[in-house]
Design a protein around this ligand. Structure first.
Ligand SMILES: [Zn+2]
Length: 399
């Protein structure tokens, strides 16, 4: 059946101006036409009309960096991330079902998994696709690839040396990973390594990039700064996760190599981000936060390839937009980072990220204009995934 969607204002997120009274038509979950009613003419063969003439409609949001096996906002059984990561696969899968709902509630129709255990994101991706559970579509990286002494090490997943890394990469690819995620430096709260120290060598990092490329895929790296960041760029890693400690010279290098950087403000900045820290961790976090904002202010100004993710603060994607706007991005650009640019970051720009013909009818309806205030991204009236209503009341006009 062919569906016509009427809006108060269509934000197609192509970069063009908003279209007051814009329309779009979709069929079998795919957009057929979109734009100004006067240009489109009378659409033919419409079976139903969705009346969002009181709403701002834009593409479903894309969270470029999630971990479905852990949550910083789980109030049912709060525990530190490392403890959550060490939980059995069954427990993590069941919790993830709730986290996926939290993403849908927040208008997120695609998430990119950035490292799990037990390949849970791959299993979850299939379960969503087959309709067993409700959630955004998932682009899975499979299991965390990290050294014995690396960040994100839980005892399940040590991969050391070129051959060890190669095996871990191939195990992920065999299971169905759509990208690979390697952990190069330590994290903000991790006791292992540090933000400036690499637990992998150039050869090990290059192996991940090569194994991904050999199957037409790409590798992403958890990396904050130090020599590890240079090695990632040199090794051909496409997506740098965090990159919070990048120096000016490294930013130049990132731009030259046309790498992507994924910002993840939520764990450090959101009121419900990381908590229960030791005094030493608190100190490290405070120093990192300052530098984090400084780095992203530069990346925005220089026009780097950027997208954003909530990294365990499920459903906080609007907060990412608000924070990047504080780093100098316009409100329009902040929204593009969560839509068009995120689709490019995920290499899915052919199917998601804008409301244009040929793409999935993933869209959200907001009661207020997000271009006036980014907090309006949370005022969600409805969420549609491939043309199917996932949240909100039925807005079909009576025939
Ligand atoms: Zn992460």
């Amino acid at each position: 059946m062919r569906t016509l969607v009427k809006t108060k204002c269509l934000l197609d997120c192509t970069g063009s101006d908003p279209i007051p009274g814009g329309w779009f038509v979709y069929e079998n979950g795919v957009i057929l036409s979109a734009g100004r009613p006067e240009e489109l003419g009378e659409p033919e063969g419409i079976g139903e009309t969705l009346d969002f003439s009181d709403c701002y409609v834009l593409p479903g949001l894309i969270d470029s960096h999630v971990h479905l096996g852990l949550s910083h906002i789980d109030t049912i059984e709060p525990m530190p991330p490392t403890k959550q990561m060490a939980q059995p696969a069954q427990t993590k899968i069941l919790k993830a079902v709730m986290y996926l709902r939290q993403h849908l509630d927040a208008g997120v129709t695609t998430v990119r998994g950035m490292g799990e255990e037990h390949f849970i994101d791959i299993h979850l991706a299939r379960a969503v696709e087959d309709g067993y559970i409700e959630g955004p579509r998932i682009i899975p990286a499979g299991n965390v690839i990290t050294a014995t002494h690396g960040h994100g090490q839980t005892g399940f997943n040590a991969a050391d040396g070129v051959e060890g890394v190669r095996l871990a990469c191939r195990q992920n690819l065999a299971q169905g990973a759509e990208l690979l995620k390697i952990f190069v430096t330590g994290g903000v709260v991790s006791g292992r390594g540090g933000l400036h120290f690499s637990t992998y060598t150039l050869d090990e990092i290059r192996t991940a990039a090569e194994e991904a490329a050999a199957l037409g895929k790409y590798a992403a790296a958890h990396v904050h700064g130090g020599p590890g960041l240079d090695m990632c760029v040199d090794a051909g890693i496409r997506s740098l996760e965090h990159a919070s400690m990048a120096t000016d010279a490294q930013i130049e290098k990132i731009l030259r190599a046309d790498c992507w950087v994924t910002g993840t403000f939520s764990p450090a900045f959101h009121p419900q981000g990381v908590h229960s820290l030791t005094p030493e961790q608190e100190e490290r976090l405070a120093a990192a936060k300052e530098k984090f904002l400084e780095t992203f202010t530069k990346l925005v100004r220089l026009g780097a390839n950027l997208s954003f993710g909530t990294d365990g603060v499920h459903g906080a994607l609007a907060f990412e937009a608000i924070t990047i706007a504080q780093c100098g991005a316009s409100k329009k650009q902040a929204i593009l980072y969560l839509t068009r640019e995120a689709a490019r970051a995920c290499r899915r720009e052919n199917v998601i990220g804008t409301i244009t013909p040929g793409k999935y009818a993933d869209f959200i309806a907001l009661t207020h204009n997000p271009l006036e205030n980014l907090e309006n991204l949370t005022k969600i009236k409805a969420v549609y995934l491939a043309g199917v209503r996932k949240r909100g009341e039925n807005k079909v006009l009576p025939a």
